[in-house]
Design a protein. Structure first.
Length: 154
């Protein structure tokens, strides 16, 4: 499958200075971004949860696919450049190959997350709060909300 950089070659590029925010947690989402160069930090509820450095990495897909506000803040740690795909859902509707790529990426992330949770559970038998662990695993298995709705526990 072609890379997202290849599939979004015609989209405009936005450059970011160190510290500049690309998306802010709680703001309306809807756009997709593909990292061309640089380093981005993902922060949720004040906690850094990821670093993005791989060219072709996708940002913004959760808000686009779920029709919700941005779930995290993404800021440039170093100078960065991203492709900007305005109105991501319409773009995905017009480009099924990109939509398939995004779906594959989302499934890979879910698989990695559930594998890490299982590993955590195995490494800490009896130490992990079983109620918390059960809630995590159930959250991974619950159906996605309808586009534009927010679950009561969010």
């Amino acid at each position: 499958m072609a890379s997202l950089l290849t599939m979004t070659f015609s989209q405009p590029t936005r450059t970011l200075d160190p510290g500049e925010i690309l998306v802010r947690e709680g703001d309306p989402g809807g756009d997709l971004y593909v990292l061309e160069t640089g380093k981005l930090i993902v922060e949720r509820d004040g906690v850094d949860i990821a670093t993005i450095t791989e060219p072709g990495a996708l940002i913004g897909e959760m808000s686009v696919l779920l029709g919700i506000e941005n779930s995290a803040t993404v800021r440039a740690d170093k100078a960065a450049a991203v492709r900007v795909v305005k109105d991501g859902i319409k773009f995905l509707e017009r480009t099924p190959l990109v939509a398939l790529h995004v779906a594959t990426l989302a499934c890979a992330r879910l698989d990695a997350t559930s594998a890490l949770l299982v590993e955590l559970k195995k490494e800490s038998p009896g130490k992990t709060n079983d109620s918390f662990f059960s809630r995590l695993m159930n959250a991974l298995m619950e159906p996605a909300p309808k586009r534009g709705t927010i679950r009561a526990h969010e």
